[in-house]
Design a protein around this ligand. Sequence first.
Ligand SMILES: [Zn+2]
Length: 119
Amino acid sequence: MSTTSRFSEETRAVILARAGYCCELCGRSSRIWSGWSVHHRRPARMGGDRRPETRGAANGVLLCGSGVDGCHGWIESHPAEARGKGLILRRDEIPAEVVVELKRGAVLLDDRGGFELAA
Ligand SMILES: [Zn+2]
């Protein structure tokens, strides 16, 4: 399954810059690992959910690994825990409105590449 095709190149660049080119869960630098990926918190499934709130930077988290290894693999193999951390969202949840627990803390991401620490 391709998980990166739905973000525009511009949005992917914004996510990478926000992440400082490091995995947003474990902090590993993307310069020392290959196979990084942008995880969709609200995934595109069953023919594609193309609503605008899923295309912004708030819906993407830069992770090491792919769907089977690294932090991306952890999310795929621990969906309940990932959901509890805001890393996997339901279809009716707006990414910019759901706190996500990253290495930098519990934050609300916005669609332009910014974030604020959640109270
Ligand atoms: Zn990682």
